[in-house]
Design a protein around this ligand. Structure first.
Ligand code: F6R
Length: 604
Protein backbone atom coordinates (compact mmCIF):
# COMPACT_ATOMS: atom_id res chain seq x y z
CA UNK A 1 0.00 0.00 0.00
CA UNK A 2 1.43 3.35 -1.08
CA UNK A 3 4.04 3.67 -3.78
CA UNK A 4 7.32 5.36 -2.93
CA UNK A 5 10.07 6.65 -5.22
CA UNK A 6 13.24 8.58 -4.49
CA UNK A 7 15.74 9.73 -7.10
CA UNK A 8 19.09 11.45 -7.21
CA UNK A 9 21.37 11.80 -10.22
CA UNK A 10 22.20 14.06 -13.12
CA UNK A 11 18.78 13.80 -14.79
CA UNK A 12 15.61 15.76 -14.05
CA UNK A 13 14.28 14.14 -10.90
CA UNK A 14 10.67 15.02 -11.60
CA UNK A 15 10.31 12.96 -14.78
CA UNK A 16 12.10 9.96 -13.20
CA UNK A 17 9.83 10.19 -10.14
CA UNK A 18 6.59 10.59 -12.10
CA UNK A 19 7.52 7.67 -14.33
CA UNK A 20 8.18 5.57 -11.21
CA UNK A 21 4.92 6.67 -9.58
CA UNK A 22 3.00 5.71 -12.72
CA UNK A 23 4.36 2.20 -12.42
CA UNK A 24 3.66 2.09 -8.68
CA UNK A 25 0.19 3.62 -8.78
CA UNK A 26 -1.33 0.13 -8.41
CA UNK A 27 -0.12 0.23 -4.79
CA UNK A 28 -2.37 3.13 -3.81
CA UNK A 29 -4.20 5.73 -5.79
CA UNK A 30 -6.17 8.09 -3.60
CA UNK A 31 -3.65 10.94 -3.65
CA UNK A 32 -0.13 11.66 -4.85
CA UNK A 33 2.68 14.14 -4.28
CA UNK A 34 6.30 15.05 -4.92
CA UNK A 35 9.00 17.06 -3.14
CA UNK A 36 12.01 18.35 -5.08
CA UNK A 37 15.23 20.09 -4.07
CA UNK A 38 15.18 23.02 -6.49
CA UNK A 39 17.81 25.10 -4.66
CA UNK A 40 20.21 24.16 -1.85
CA UNK A 41 19.24 25.41 1.61
CA UNK A 42 15.90 26.76 0.34
CA UNK A 43 12.36 25.52 0.88
CA UNK A 44 11.57 22.46 -1.20
CA UNK A 45 9.13 22.48 -4.07
CA UNK A 46 6.24 20.37 -2.81
CA UNK A 47 3.13 19.59 -4.86
CA UNK A 48 0.45 17.17 -3.71
CA UNK A 49 -3.10 16.45 -4.79
CA UNK A 50 -6.00 14.24 -3.75
CA UNK A 51 -7.12 11.72 -6.37
CA UNK A 52 -5.18 9.83 -8.98
CA UNK A 53 -1.69 10.63 -10.15
CA UNK A 54 -3.12 12.42 -13.20
CA UNK A 55 -4.47 15.14 -10.86
CA UNK A 56 -0.97 15.76 -9.56
CA UNK A 57 0.57 15.71 -13.03
CA UNK A 58 -1.73 18.45 -14.23
CA UNK A 59 -0.49 20.67 -11.38
CA UNK A 60 3.22 20.18 -11.91
CA UNK A 61 5.71 22.59 -13.37
CA UNK A 62 7.18 20.43 -16.08
CA UNK A 63 10.56 22.14 -16.35
CA UNK A 64 11.84 21.58 -12.85
CA UNK A 65 15.65 21.78 -12.62
CA UNK A 66 15.81 19.57 -9.56
CA UNK A 67 18.05 16.49 -9.61
CA UNK A 68 16.90 15.07 -6.30
CA UNK A 69 13.41 14.37 -5.07
CA UNK A 70 10.85 11.97 -3.65
CA UNK A 71 7.33 11.03 -4.74
CA UNK A 72 4.40 9.13 -3.30
CA UNK A 73 1.06 7.60 -4.28
CA UNK A 74 -1.14 7.02 -1.26
CA UNK A 75 -3.59 4.45 0.04
CA UNK A 76 -5.08 6.28 3.02
CA UNK A 77 -4.85 4.81 6.50
CA UNK A 78 -4.80 7.83 8.85
CA UNK A 79 -6.82 10.75 7.52
CA UNK A 80 -8.96 10.81 4.39
CA UNK A 81 -7.64 11.25 0.85
CA UNK A 82 -7.26 15.05 0.85
CA UNK A 83 -4.56 17.43 -0.44
CA UNK A 84 -3.42 18.08 3.16
CA UNK A 85 -3.10 14.41 4.02
CA UNK A 86 -1.29 13.55 0.79
CA UNK A 87 2.45 12.98 1.11
CA UNK A 88 5.16 14.38 1.22
CA UNK A 89 4.91 15.98 4.66
CA UNK A 90 7.28 18.79 5.50
CA UNK A 91 8.79 20.23 8.66
CA UNK A 92 8.19 23.84 9.77
CA UNK A 93 11.09 25.21 7.67
CA UNK A 94 9.86 23.58 4.47
CA UNK A 95 13.39 22.30 3.85
CA UNK A 96 12.76 18.70 4.88
CA UNK A 97 10.19 16.33 3.37
CA UNK A 98 9.15 12.80 4.28
CA UNK A 99 7.06 10.14 2.55
CA UNK A 100 5.82 7.03 4.27
CA UNK A 101 4.19 3.67 3.63
CA UNK A 102 2.83 1.78 6.64
CA UNK A 103 1.47 2.78 10.02
CA UNK A 104 3.29 4.55 12.84
CA UNK A 105 1.44 3.03 15.77
CA UNK A 106 2.70 5.46 18.43
CA UNK A 107 2.04 8.57 16.32
CA UNK A 108 -0.50 10.10 18.74
CA UNK A 109 1.96 9.95 21.60
CA UNK A 110 4.65 11.50 19.36
CA UNK A 111 2.26 14.13 18.06
CA UNK A 112 1.33 15.27 21.57
CA UNK A 113 4.98 15.50 22.52
CA UNK A 114 5.78 17.52 19.36
CA UNK A 115 2.80 19.83 19.86
CA UNK A 116 4.05 20.54 23.38
CA UNK A 117 7.30 21.67 21.76
CA UNK A 118 5.39 24.06 19.50
CA UNK A 119 5.09 22.14 16.22
CA UNK A 120 1.93 22.90 14.22
CA UNK A 121 0.35 19.95 12.45
CA UNK A 122 -1.52 20.51 9.19
CA UNK A 123 -2.63 16.94 8.42
CA UNK A 124 -4.40 14.05 10.15
CA UNK A 125 -1.71 11.57 9.17
CA UNK A 126 0.61 9.50 11.30
CA UNK A 127 3.47 10.58 9.00
CA UNK A 128 3.72 14.26 9.84
CA UNK A 129 5.20 13.47 13.28
CA UNK A 130 8.13 11.82 11.52
CA UNK A 131 8.85 15.00 9.54
CA UNK A 132 9.04 17.07 12.73
CA UNK A 133 11.05 14.48 14.65
CA UNK A 134 13.49 14.12 11.80
CA UNK A 135 13.95 17.89 11.52
CA UNK A 136 14.67 18.10 15.26
CA UNK A 137 17.26 15.32 15.13
CA UNK A 138 18.84 16.74 11.96
CA UNK A 139 19.32 20.05 13.72
CA UNK A 140 21.28 18.26 16.43
CA UNK A 141 23.35 15.72 14.48
CA UNK A 142 23.54 17.49 11.10
CA UNK A 143 23.44 14.12 9.34
CA UNK A 144 20.18 13.03 7.69
CA UNK A 145 20.91 9.28 7.80
CA UNK A 146 21.88 9.43 11.47
CA UNK A 147 18.78 11.52 12.21
CA UNK A 148 16.68 8.87 10.45
CA UNK A 149 18.31 6.13 12.52
CA UNK A 150 17.56 7.96 15.76
CA UNK A 151 13.97 8.61 14.72
CA UNK A 152 13.37 5.00 13.64
CA UNK A 153 14.43 3.85 17.09
CA UNK A 154 11.48 5.79 18.49
CA UNK A 155 8.89 4.53 16.01
CA UNK A 156 6.51 1.64 16.59
CA UNK A 157 4.68 -0.06 13.75
CA UNK A 158 5.60 -0.66 10.15
CA UNK A 159 7.12 1.78 7.73
CA UNK A 160 9.08 2.59 4.68
CA UNK A 161 10.28 6.18 4.99
CA UNK A 162 12.13 8.38 2.55
CA UNK A 163 13.40 11.84 3.38
CA UNK A 164 15.24 14.70 1.68
CA UNK A 165 16.60 17.97 3.10
CA UNK A 166 17.67 20.94 1.00
CA UNK A 167 20.70 21.50 3.26
CA UNK A 168 22.04 18.21 1.89
CA UNK A 169 21.06 18.35 -1.77
CA UNK A 170 21.87 15.22 -3.75
CA UNK A 171 20.98 12.90 -0.89
CA UNK A 172 17.93 10.70 -0.34
CA UNK A 173 17.66 8.76 2.91
CA UNK A 174 15.37 5.78 3.49
CA UNK A 175 14.46 3.27 6.15
CA UNK A 176 12.29 0.20 6.35
CA UNK A 177 10.57 -1.99 8.91
CA UNK A 178 8.03 -4.61 7.81
CA UNK A 179 7.40 -2.71 4.61
CA UNK A 180 9.17 -2.88 1.23
CA UNK A 181 12.04 -0.71 -0.02
CA UNK A 182 14.60 -1.56 -2.71
CA UNK A 183 17.55 0.35 -4.15
CA UNK A 184 17.94 0.71 -7.91
CA UNK A 185 21.61 1.14 -8.77
CA UNK A 186 21.98 3.06 -12.01
CA UNK A 187 24.93 4.56 -13.84
CA UNK A 188 25.63 7.86 -12.10
CA UNK A 189 22.10 7.85 -10.67
CA UNK A 190 20.34 5.90 -7.94
CA UNK A 191 16.78 5.16 -6.94
CA UNK A 192 14.86 4.09 -3.87
CA UNK A 193 11.43 2.56 -4.44
CA UNK A 194 8.71 0.31 -3.09
CA UNK A 195 9.38 -2.10 -5.90
CA UNK A 196 11.70 -2.51 -8.83
CA UNK A 197 9.10 -1.63 -11.46
CA UNK A 198 9.62 2.05 -10.49
CA UNK A 199 13.13 2.10 -12.00
CA UNK A 200 13.13 -0.90 -14.34
CA UNK A 201 13.48 1.20 -17.50
CA UNK A 202 16.69 2.77 -16.10
CA UNK A 203 18.46 -0.06 -14.35
CA UNK A 204 18.10 -3.78 -13.71
CA UNK A 205 20.56 -3.80 -10.82
CA UNK A 206 18.95 -3.76 -7.41
CA UNK A 207 19.91 -4.07 -3.77
CA UNK A 208 17.79 -5.76 -1.11
CA UNK A 209 17.40 -3.93 2.17
CA UNK A 210 16.89 -5.86 5.39
CA UNK A 211 14.64 -5.24 8.34
CA UNK A 212 15.37 -2.01 10.26
CA UNK A 213 18.01 -0.80 7.86
CA UNK A 214 18.75 2.82 6.98
CA UNK A 215 19.97 3.65 3.49
CA UNK A 216 21.62 6.82 2.15
CA UNK A 217 21.76 7.29 -1.57
CA UNK A 218 23.68 9.86 -3.59
CA UNK A 219 24.24 9.76 -7.34
CA UNK A 220 27.43 7.75 -6.89
CA UNK A 221 27.10 5.90 -3.61
CA UNK A 222 24.74 3.71 -1.59
CA UNK A 223 25.41 3.28 2.12
CA UNK A 224 23.41 1.05 4.44
CA UNK A 225 23.46 0.76 8.22
CA UNK A 226 21.40 -1.05 10.81
CA UNK A 227 19.59 0.45 13.78
CA UNK A 228 22.73 0.06 15.87
CA UNK A 229 24.56 2.32 13.41
CA UNK A 230 26.76 -0.50 12.04
CA UNK A 231 27.49 -0.55 8.36
CA UNK A 232 25.73 -3.36 6.42
CA UNK A 233 26.43 -4.82 2.95
CA UNK A 234 23.16 -5.12 1.09
CA UNK A 235 22.54 -8.16 -1.16
CA UNK A 236 22.69 -7.28 -4.86
CA UNK A 237 20.51 -8.92 -7.50
CA UNK A 238 19.60 -8.50 -11.15
CA UNK A 239 16.00 -8.05 -12.23
CA UNK A 240 15.13 -10.78 -14.74
CA UNK A 241 12.29 -9.04 -16.60
CA UNK A 242 12.29 -5.81 -18.56
CA UNK A 243 10.24 -2.61 -18.70
CA UNK A 244 7.93 -4.03 -21.38
CA UNK A 245 6.65 -6.65 -18.94
CA UNK A 246 5.36 -3.84 -16.71
CA UNK A 247 3.52 -2.07 -19.56
CA UNK A 248 0.05 -2.69 -20.97
CA UNK A 249 1.36 -3.67 -24.39
CA UNK A 250 -1.77 -2.93 -26.43
CA UNK A 251 -4.27 -4.43 -23.96
CA UNK A 252 -7.03 -2.19 -22.64
CA UNK A 253 -6.13 -3.08 -19.05
CA UNK A 254 -3.27 -4.72 -17.18
CA UNK A 255 -5.72 -7.30 -15.86
CA UNK A 256 -6.64 -8.43 -19.36
CA UNK A 257 -2.98 -8.58 -20.33
CA UNK A 258 -2.19 -10.62 -17.24
CA UNK A 259 -5.08 -13.02 -17.91
CA UNK A 260 -3.67 -13.58 -21.39
CA UNK A 261 -0.15 -14.04 -20.01
CA UNK A 262 -1.25 -17.04 -17.96
CA UNK A 263 -0.16 -19.78 -20.38
CA UNK A 264 3.38 -18.38 -20.34
CA UNK A 265 3.33 -17.75 -16.60
CA UNK A 266 2.36 -21.37 -15.90
CA UNK A 267 5.04 -22.63 -18.29
CA UNK A 268 7.64 -20.39 -16.60
CA UNK A 269 6.70 -21.76 -13.17
CA UNK A 270 7.16 -25.32 -14.44
CA UNK A 271 10.30 -24.76 -16.47
CA UNK A 272 13.33 -26.71 -15.28
CA UNK A 273 11.37 -28.18 -12.40
CA UNK A 274 9.50 -31.05 -14.03
CA UNK A 275 9.94 -33.49 -16.91
CA UNK A 276 7.35 -35.47 -18.89
CA UNK A 277 8.47 -38.62 -17.10
CA UNK A 278 7.49 -37.14 -13.75
CA UNK A 279 10.93 -36.21 -12.48
CA UNK A 280 10.69 -33.26 -10.09
CA UNK A 281 13.70 -31.03 -9.39
CA UNK A 282 13.27 -28.43 -6.66
CA UNK A 283 16.78 -27.48 -5.49
CA UNK A 284 15.20 -24.62 -3.53
CA UNK A 285 13.89 -27.00 -0.87
CA UNK A 286 16.76 -29.49 -0.80
CA UNK A 287 18.23 -28.15 2.42
CA UNK A 288 14.89 -27.94 4.19
CA UNK A 289 13.97 -30.32 6.99
CA UNK A 290 11.39 -32.45 5.24
CA UNK A 291 10.65 -34.63 8.25
CA UNK A 292 7.14 -33.26 8.76
CA UNK A 293 3.86 -34.89 9.68
CA UNK A 294 1.54 -31.97 9.00
CA UNK A 295 1.36 -29.10 6.51
CA UNK A 296 -0.20 -25.75 7.26
CA UNK A 297 -0.79 -23.19 4.52
CA UNK A 298 -1.11 -19.51 5.48
CA UNK A 299 -2.12 -16.71 3.12
CA UNK A 300 -4.64 -13.93 2.45
CA UNK A 301 -7.29 -13.25 -0.21
CA UNK A 302 -6.69 -14.86 -3.56
CA UNK A 303 -3.44 -16.44 -2.32
CA UNK A 304 -5.53 -18.10 0.42
CA UNK A 305 -7.72 -19.56 -2.31
CA UNK A 306 -4.57 -20.95 -3.97
CA UNK A 307 -3.90 -22.70 -0.66
CA UNK A 308 -7.44 -24.06 -0.41
CA UNK A 309 -7.23 -25.40 -3.96
CA UNK A 310 -3.72 -26.82 -3.49
CA UNK A 311 -4.68 -28.60 -0.29
CA UNK A 312 -6.53 -31.33 -2.19
CA UNK A 313 -3.53 -32.37 -4.30
CA UNK A 314 -1.06 -31.79 -1.49
CA UNK A 315 -2.93 -34.07 0.86
CA UNK A 316 -3.73 -36.71 -1.76
CA UNK A 317 -0.22 -36.97 -3.20
CA UNK A 318 1.90 -36.39 -0.09
CA UNK A 319 -0.42 -38.42 2.17
CA UNK A 320 0.07 -35.76 4.83
CA UNK A 321 -2.71 -33.85 6.56
CA UNK A 322 -2.99 -30.30 5.25
CA UNK A 323 -4.74 -27.33 6.87
CA UNK A 324 -5.21 -23.93 5.28
CA UNK A 325 -5.79 -20.85 7.38
CA UNK A 326 -6.18 -17.15 6.81
CA UNK A 327 -2.93 -15.54 7.89
CA UNK A 328 -4.82 -12.71 9.60
CA UNK A 329 -6.63 -15.22 11.85
CA UNK A 330 -3.65 -17.46 12.53
CA UNK A 331 -1.42 -14.68 13.78
CA UNK A 332 -3.70 -13.77 16.66
CA UNK A 333 -4.26 -17.21 18.16
CA UNK A 334 -2.22 -19.80 19.97
CA UNK A 335 -2.05 -22.66 17.48
CA UNK A 336 -0.55 -26.06 18.22
CA UNK A 337 2.51 -26.35 15.98
CA UNK A 338 5.61 -28.47 16.30
CA UNK A 339 9.01 -28.90 14.64
CA UNK A 340 7.25 -31.47 12.49
CA UNK A 341 4.85 -28.91 11.04
CA UNK A 342 5.74 -27.56 7.64
CA UNK A 343 4.27 -24.11 7.09
CA UNK A 344 3.79 -22.89 3.53
CA UNK A 345 3.05 -19.19 3.11
CA UNK A 346 1.74 -17.96 -0.23
CA UNK A 347 2.08 -14.36 -1.35
CA UNK A 348 2.39 -12.68 -4.73
CA UNK A 349 3.97 -9.54 -3.31
CA UNK A 350 5.94 -11.18 -0.52
CA UNK A 351 5.07 -8.13 1.59
CA UNK A 352 1.53 -8.77 2.84
CA UNK A 353 1.68 -7.77 6.49
CA UNK A 354 -0.70 -10.43 7.82
CA UNK A 355 1.12 -13.21 5.97
CA UNK A 356 4.48 -11.92 7.15
CA UNK A 357 3.32 -11.78 10.76
CA UNK A 358 1.79 -15.25 10.48
CA UNK A 359 5.11 -16.54 9.12
CA UNK A 360 6.98 -15.06 12.06
CA UNK A 361 4.42 -16.51 14.47
CA UNK A 362 4.84 -19.98 12.89
CA UNK A 363 8.63 -19.71 13.06
CA UNK A 364 8.53 -18.70 16.71
CA UNK A 365 6.58 -21.91 17.35
CA UNK A 366 9.32 -23.99 15.74
CA UNK A 367 7.80 -24.79 12.33
CA UNK A 368 9.87 -25.16 9.14
CA UNK A 369 8.76 -22.66 6.50
CA UNK A 370 8.55 -22.50 2.72
CA UNK A 371 7.16 -19.52 0.89
CA UNK A 372 5.58 -19.49 -2.54
CA UNK A 373 6.17 -16.02 -3.87
CA UNK A 374 6.35 -13.99 -7.06
CA UNK A 375 8.54 -11.11 -5.92
CA UNK A 376 12.23 -11.85 -5.75
CA UNK A 377 13.98 -10.53 -2.65
CA UNK A 378 10.78 -9.51 -0.87
CA UNK A 379 10.41 -9.89 2.88
CA UNK A 380 8.39 -13.11 3.17
CA UNK A 381 10.78 -15.26 1.10
CA UNK A 382 13.76 -13.64 2.81
CA UNK A 383 12.42 -14.68 6.19
CA UNK A 384 11.41 -18.21 5.13
CA UNK A 385 13.65 -21.29 5.34
CA UNK A 386 13.11 -21.89 1.62
CA UNK A 387 11.29 -20.23 -1.27
CA UNK A 388 9.70 -21.43 -4.46
CA UNK A 389 9.42 -18.44 -6.78
CA UNK A 390 6.52 -18.53 -9.21
CA UNK A 391 8.17 -16.54 -12.02
CA UNK A 392 4.83 -15.10 -13.19
CA UNK A 393 6.44 -11.75 -14.04
CA UNK A 394 5.17 -8.44 -12.65
CA UNK A 395 1.49 -8.40 -11.76
CA UNK A 396 0.30 -4.80 -11.96
CA UNK A 397 -3.51 -5.07 -11.90
CA UNK A 398 -4.76 -5.01 -8.34
CA UNK A 399 -6.85 -8.15 -8.93
CA UNK A 400 -4.58 -11.17 -8.86
CA UNK A 401 -4.82 -13.51 -11.87
CA UNK A 402 -1.59 -15.00 -13.20
CA UNK A 403 -0.08 -14.96 -9.73
CA UNK A 404 -2.91 -17.18 -8.50
CA UNK A 405 -2.59 -19.82 -11.23
CA UNK A 406 1.16 -20.02 -10.76
CA UNK A 407 0.77 -20.27 -6.97
CA UNK A 408 -1.49 -23.28 -7.48
CA UNK A 409 1.03 -24.80 -9.89
CA UNK A 410 3.80 -24.26 -7.31
CA UNK A 411 1.75 -26.17 -4.74
CA UNK A 412 1.29 -29.01 -7.24
CA UNK A 413 5.06 -29.14 -7.65
CA UNK A 414 5.57 -29.35 -3.91
CA UNK A 415 2.82 -31.98 -3.67
CA UNK A 416 4.51 -34.08 -6.36
CA UNK A 417 7.86 -33.69 -4.66
CA UNK A 418 6.44 -34.81 -1.34
CA UNK A 419 4.50 -37.56 -3.11
CA UNK A 420 7.60 -39.20 -4.62
CA UNK A 421 7.45 -42.95 -3.99
CA UNK A 422 4.07 -42.68 -2.25
CA UNK A 423 1.67 -45.49 -3.14
CA UNK A 424 -0.86 -44.73 -5.84
CA UNK A 425 0.72 -41.46 -7.00
CA UNK A 426 1.31 -41.61 -10.74
CA UNK A 427 3.83 -38.78 -11.08
CA UNK A 428 4.27 -39.35 -14.81
CA UNK A 429 0.56 -38.91 -15.46
CA UNK A 430 0.40 -35.81 -13.28
CA UNK A 431 3.49 -34.34 -14.97
CA UNK A 432 2.05 -34.90 -18.45
CA UNK A 433 -1.15 -33.15 -17.44
CA UNK A 434 0.65 -30.28 -15.71
CA UNK A 435 2.82 -29.69 -18.75
CA UNK A 436 -0.26 -29.57 -20.97
CA UNK A 437 -1.95 -26.86 -18.88
CA UNK A 438 -0.40 -23.86 -20.70
CA UNK A 439 -1.89 -25.08 -24.00
CA UNK A 440 -5.24 -25.78 -22.39
CA UNK A 441 -5.41 -22.30 -20.85
CA UNK A 442 -4.47 -20.92 -24.26
CA UNK A 443 -7.35 -22.88 -25.80
CA UNK A 444 -9.80 -21.32 -23.30
CA UNK A 445 -8.49 -17.84 -24.01
CA UNK A 446 -8.83 -18.33 -27.76
CA UNK A 447 -12.55 -19.09 -27.39
CA UNK A 448 -13.38 -16.56 -24.70
CA UNK A 449 -15.15 -13.95 -26.86
CA UNK A 450 -18.72 -15.36 -26.53
CA UNK A 451 -18.28 -15.41 -22.72
CA UNK A 452 -17.29 -11.75 -22.77
CA UNK A 453 -20.35 -10.86 -24.79
CA UNK A 454 -22.67 -12.94 -22.62
CA UNK A 455 -21.28 -11.40 -19.41
CA UNK A 456 -22.41 -7.94 -20.46
CA UNK A 457 -26.00 -9.27 -20.42
CA UNK A 458 -25.71 -9.77 -16.65
CA UNK A 459 -24.45 -6.31 -15.86
CA UNK A 460 -27.56 -5.25 -13.95
CA UNK A 461 -27.78 -8.34 -11.76
CA UNK A 462 -27.77 -7.50 -8.05
CA UNK A 463 -26.12 -10.70 -6.91
CA UNK A 464 -24.19 -13.58 -8.48
CA UNK A 465 -23.68 -16.96 -6.82
CA UNK A 466 -20.85 -19.40 -7.55
CA UNK A 467 -21.13 -23.12 -6.89
CA UNK A 468 -18.53 -25.84 -6.82
CA UNK A 469 -17.64 -29.01 -5.02
CA UNK A 470 -14.29 -30.41 -3.93
CA UNK A 471 -11.58 -28.35 -5.72
CA UNK A 472 -14.40 -26.54 -7.48
CA UNK A 473 -15.50 -25.05 -4.17
CA UNK A 474 -12.45 -22.82 -3.54
CA UNK A 475 -12.50 -22.03 -7.26
CA UNK A 476 -16.07 -20.77 -6.69
CA UNK A 477 -14.85 -18.67 -3.74
CA UNK A 478 -12.25 -17.12 -6.02
CA UNK A 479 -14.86 -16.38 -8.72
CA UNK A 480 -16.95 -14.55 -6.13
CA UNK A 481 -13.98 -12.59 -4.73
CA UNK A 482 -12.95 -11.41 -8.20
CA UNK A 483 -16.49 -10.26 -8.97
CA UNK A 484 -16.79 -8.38 -5.66
CA UNK A 485 -13.53 -6.52 -6.00
CA UNK A 486 -13.91 -5.63 -9.67
CA UNK A 487 -17.63 -5.29 -10.34
CA UNK A 488 -18.62 -4.13 -6.82
CA UNK A 489 -21.47 -6.65 -6.93
CA UNK A 490 -22.72 -8.91 -4.21
CA UNK A 491 -21.22 -12.32 -4.92
CA UNK A 492 -20.85 -15.49 -2.87
CA UNK A 493 -19.16 -18.80 -3.44
CA UNK A 494 -20.74 -21.96 -2.01
CA UNK A 495 -19.96 -25.62 -1.76
CA UNK A 496 -22.70 -27.36 -3.75
CA UNK A 497 -23.42 -29.68 -0.82
CA UNK A 498 -24.15 -26.71 1.43
CA UNK A 499 -26.78 -25.23 -0.84
CA UNK A 500 -29.72 -26.88 0.90
CA UNK A 501 -28.35 -25.88 4.31
CA UNK A 502 -29.19 -22.23 3.78
CA UNK A 503 -27.83 -20.47 0.67
CA UNK A 504 -30.55 -21.77 -1.64
CA UNK A 505 -32.85 -19.22 0.04
CA UNK A 506 -30.93 -16.53 -1.89
CA UNK A 507 -32.09 -17.80 -5.28
CA UNK A 508 -34.68 -15.56 -6.90
CA UNK A 509 -36.11 -15.45 -10.37
CA UNK A 510 -33.20 -14.61 -12.66
CA UNK A 511 -30.34 -14.91 -10.10
CA UNK A 512 -27.19 -15.76 -12.07
CA UNK A 513 -25.50 -18.90 -10.72
CA UNK A 514 -22.12 -19.99 -12.04
CA UNK A 515 -21.56 -23.71 -11.51
CA UNK A 516 -18.27 -25.53 -11.97
CA UNK A 517 -18.55 -29.14 -13.15
CA UNK A 518 -15.60 -31.58 -13.23
CA UNK A 519 -15.24 -34.44 -15.73
CA UNK A 520 -18.17 -36.80 -16.34
CA UNK A 521 -16.13 -39.60 -14.69
CA UNK A 522 -16.03 -37.81 -11.35
CA UNK A 523 -18.79 -38.63 -8.88
CA UNK A 524 -18.94 -34.89 -8.21
CA UNK A 525 -20.25 -34.22 -11.74
CA UNK A 526 -23.59 -35.89 -11.01
CA UNK A 527 -23.88 -34.03 -7.71
CA UNK A 528 -23.24 -30.70 -9.40
CA UNK A 529 -25.86 -31.50 -12.03
CA UNK A 530 -28.39 -32.09 -9.23
CA UNK A 531 -27.45 -28.76 -7.63
CA UNK A 532 -27.96 -27.07 -10.98
CA UNK A 533 -31.44 -28.56 -11.33
CA UNK A 534 -32.30 -27.43 -7.81
CA UNK A 535 -31.39 -23.81 -8.48
CA UNK A 536 -33.03 -23.80 -11.94
CA UNK A 537 -36.24 -25.03 -10.30
CA UNK A 538 -36.14 -21.86 -8.18
CA UNK A 539 -35.62 -19.49 -11.06
CA UNK A 540 -31.80 -19.25 -11.32
CA UNK A 541 -30.09 -18.58 -14.64
CA UNK A 542 -27.21 -21.04 -14.66
CA UNK A 543 -23.90 -20.61 -16.44
CA UNK A 544 -22.03 -23.91 -16.32
CA UNK A 545 -18.26 -24.05 -16.53
CA UNK A 546 -17.96 -27.66 -17.51
CA UNK A 547 -15.27 -30.13 -18.46
CA UNK A 548 -15.76 -30.99 -22.13
CA UNK A 549 -16.74 -34.59 -21.22
CA UNK A 550 -19.77 -33.48 -19.19
CA UNK A 551 -23.16 -34.46 -20.57
CA UNK A 552 -25.56 -31.69 -19.71
CA UNK A 553 -28.20 -29.73 -21.53
CA UNK A 554 -28.22 -26.05 -20.56
CA UNK A 555 -28.61 -22.81 -22.53
CA UNK A 556 -25.23 -21.48 -21.30
CA UNK A 557 -22.23 -23.77 -21.04
CA UNK A 558 -18.59 -22.69 -21.10
CA UNK A 559 -16.60 -25.76 -22.08
CA UNK A 560 -13.10 -26.22 -20.73
CA UNK A 561 -10.59 -28.91 -21.78
CA UNK A 562 -10.38 -32.14 -19.82
CA UNK A 563 -7.65 -32.52 -17.24
CA UNK A 564 -7.19 -34.36 -13.95
CA UNK A 565 -9.98 -33.29 -11.63
CA UNK A 566 -7.48 -32.11 -9.02
CA UNK A 567 -5.95 -29.74 -11.59
CA UNK A 568 -9.26 -28.44 -12.95
CA UNK A 569 -9.27 -25.11 -11.05
CA UNK A 570 -6.36 -23.92 -13.21
CA UNK A 571 -8.74 -24.11 -16.17
CA UNK A 572 -12.06 -23.31 -14.49
CA UNK A 573 -10.77 -20.10 -12.92
CA UNK A 574 -9.87 -18.55 -16.28
CA UNK A 575 -13.50 -17.98 -17.40
CA UNK A 576 -14.29 -16.71 -13.88
CA UNK A 577 -11.55 -14.09 -14.23
CA UNK A 578 -12.85 -13.08 -17.66
CA UNK A 579 -16.41 -12.87 -16.28
CA UNK A 580 -15.33 -10.52 -13.46
CA UNK A 581 -13.17 -8.46 -15.83
CA UNK A 582 -15.92 -8.01 -18.39
CA UNK A 583 -18.52 -7.22 -15.74
CA UNK A 584 -16.28 -4.47 -14.33
CA UNK A 585 -15.84 -2.99 -17.81
CA UNK A 586 -19.58 -3.20 -18.50
CA UNK A 587 -20.36 -1.42 -15.23
CA UNK A 588 -17.85 1.33 -15.98
CA UNK A 589 -15.49 0.48 -13.12
CA UNK A 590 -11.78 1.07 -12.93
CA UNK A 591 -10.56 -2.46 -13.64
CA UNK A 592 -6.90 -2.11 -12.74
CA UNK A 593 -7.43 0.08 -9.71
CA UNK A 594 -10.73 -0.91 -8.10
CA UNK A 595 -12.12 1.38 -5.44
CA UNK A 596 -10.79 1.17 -1.87
CA UNK A 597 -8.18 -1.45 -2.76
CA UNK A 598 -4.42 -1.52 -3.27
CA UNK A 599 -2.15 -4.18 -4.62
CA UNK A 600 0.17 -4.86 -1.77
CA UNK A 601 -1.45 -4.87 1.66
CA UNK A 602 1.46 -3.85 3.82
CA UNK A 603 -0.67 -2.70 6.74
CA UNK A 604 -2.93 -4.76 9.01
C1 F6R B 1 -7.41 -10.36 -4.96
C2 F6R B 1 -6.09 -10.01 -4.47
C3 F6R B 1 -5.83 -10.07 -3.00
C4 F6R B 1 -4.44 -10.67 -2.72
C5 F6R B 1 -4.13 -10.63 -1.23
C6 F6R B 1 -2.79 -11.27 -0.91
O1 F6R B 1 -7.46 -10.31 -6.34
O2 F6R B 1 -5.22 -9.69 -5.22
O3 F6R B 1 -6.82 -10.79 -2.33
O4 F6R B 1 -4.42 -11.98 -3.19
O5 F6R B 1 -4.12 -9.30 -0.80
O6 F6R B 1 -1.75 -10.62 -1.57
P1 F6R B 1 -0.34 -11.28 -1.71
O7 F6R B 1 -0.47 -12.48 -2.60
O8 F6R B 1 0.55 -10.23 -2.31
O9 F6R B 1 0.10 -11.69 -0.34
Amino acid sequence: MCGIVGYTGPNPALSRIIEGLRRLEYRGYDSAGVALIEKPASPLQVVKRAGKLANLESELVKNSEANTGIGHTRWATHGGPTDENAHPHIDGSGKLAVIHNGIIENYLELKRELERRGHKFTSETDTESVAFLLAEEFKVVNDLAEAMRLVCKRLKGSFTLLAIHSDVPGLVVGARRNSPLVVGVGTGENFLASDVSAFISHTKSALELGQDEIVSVTSSEVKVMNLAGESVSPKAYEITWDAKAAERGGYSHFMLKEIFEQPKAIADTLIGRITESGLITLPEIEKLNLDFDRILILACGTAYHAGLIGKYALEEWSKTPVDVELASEFRYRNPVLSKKTLVITISQSGETMDTLMALRHAKSLGASTISICNTIGSTIPRESDAVLYTHAGPEIAVASTKALLTQIVAIYLLAMNFGKEKAGVDLKKIATELLSLPNKVEEILETVEPLREMTRGYKDATSVLFLGRQVGYPAALEGALKLKELAYMHAEGFAGGELKHGPIALIENGTPVIAIIPSEESEIAAKMKSNIQEVIARGAKVIAIADSSVKIDLPTIIRIPTTLDLLQPILAIVPLQVFAYEMAVARGNDVDQPRNLAKSVTVE
